[in-house]
Design a protein around this ligand. Structure first.
Ligand code: UT7
Length: 328
């Protein structure tokens, strides 16, 4: 028997950096407020001519190279995003063409900042069932394209980026050991872009009302995140037949340092077992977990055989956690 595991990973963040002191010149905020309330110092942001697929292609190409797999051998591409290049077609189709992955099925998956965890879980099922050999899972978002730069409650939080993982068969006992996914749809209003869909189609009024930008009830999302992150991670670890003592590295969604600290406390993990890079990227939505995973691997915090727990929450409100054993 076999399981689904990560054969290669890649990530990409735009070159342009926006610092807290840059933001001080744009809205009524301060470096001190942003750092103490969120842990963020700077974030990478797309230039005007860069879209989500541009970042996704770069991350995906790096993941394929890391895995030693040709684009032509990819069976399926899943792009987790809330900022597709356009409402349709799927960004995954654009990525498929640009990569030269002509035989791959391609679709987008929308689960907010939990998108990468959802996509990893979905993609894994095709490997585990034996249907496919190579599944490319990408988390990519350009939230700064839908950020209201006049709203200090949100504009200091977000950044852009992409991360990708190539899934393939690994021996059972390795790879994805467990997953837990969930959603609390009653919280849908807490984090949304209200206009531009079938409920409130784009019009001069929706533009004037700034309805195409992110709206968030930060406190509500915060309370949900603090409760669910530790809980979800714990459920996933237990589902894998492990305990928190077995965790080598926690890779949490990088939204806010206080949320990450709360999750680490709930799990009783020492700081060296928790990977944090929110200070340099801000909240990059579906890209945040794979961006962190890539850096955790590069820095040696995740190594051969490591037990890695990835956990996220986001718009929906969604949540998800996976426990995996890193390749030997
Ligand atoms: O991936 C999921 C995406 N969403 C999230 O992760 C968001 C989760 N929520 C959070 O991270 C936090 O709720 C925030 C960072 C958004 C806000 O932190 P908070 O500690 O909950 O602050 P608050 O909203 O309670 O606001 C406290 C004060 C308010 O002023 P008053 O009413 O006390 O005078 C805000 O107006 O801070 C003010 N404030 C700011 N001040 C300076 C809000 N944003 C800013 C800002 N700069 N950027």
């Amino acid at each position: 028997m076999w399981n689904a595991g990560i054969a290669g990973i890649g990530s990409y963040a735009p070159e342009r950096v926006l610092t807290n002191s840059d933001l001080e010149k744009m809205v009524d905020t301060s470096d001190e407020w942003i750092r103490t309330r969120t842990g963020i110092s700077e974030r990478h942001i797309c230039d005007a001519d860069m879209a989500t697929s541009d970042m996704a292609v770069k991350a995906a190409a790096a993941a394929l190279e890391d895995a030693g797999v040709e684009a032509a051998d990819v069976d399926m591409i899943i792009v987790a995003t809330v900022t597709p290049d356009m409402p349709f077609p799927a960004t995954a189709c654009i990525v498929q063409d640009r990569l030269g992955a002509g035989k791959a099925a391609a679709f987008d998956l929308q689960a907010g900042c939990s998108g990468f965890i959802y996509a990893l879980t979905v993609g894994s099922q095709y490997i585990i069932s034996g249907a496919y050999r190579n599944v490319l899972v990408i988390g990519a978002d350009a939230l700064t394209k839908v950020t209201d730069w006049e709203d200090r409650g949100t504009c200091v939080l977000f950044g852009d980026g992409a991360g990708a993982a190539l899934l393939h068969r690994v021996p059972s006992g390795s790879g994805l050991l467990s997953f837990k996914l969930g959603a609390v749809g009653s919280g849908a209003d807490y984090l949304k872009i209200p206009a531009g869909g079938s409920r409130l189609p784009a019009s001069a009024d929706t533009v004037a009302e700034r309805g195409h930008f992110i709206k968030m009830e930060g406190n509500e999302v915060y309370k949900f995140a603090v409760r669910i992150m530790g809980e979800a991670a714990l459920m996933s670890v237990e589902e894998a037949g492990l305990t928190t003592e077995d965790i080598d590295c926690l890779i949490p969604h990088q939204a806010n340092i206080r949320i990450i600290d709360a999750a680490a406390r709930r799990l009783g993990l020492p700081p060296e077992k928790v990977f944090i890079n929110v200070q340099r990227y801000g909240n990059t939505s579906a890209a945040s977990i794979p961006l962190a995973l890539k850096e955790a691997v590069d820095s040696g915090k995740v190594g051969p055989g490591s037990v890695v727990v990835m956990v996220g929450f986001g718009a929906g409100l969604t949540w998800g956690a996976v426990t995996l054993r890193w390749k030997e």
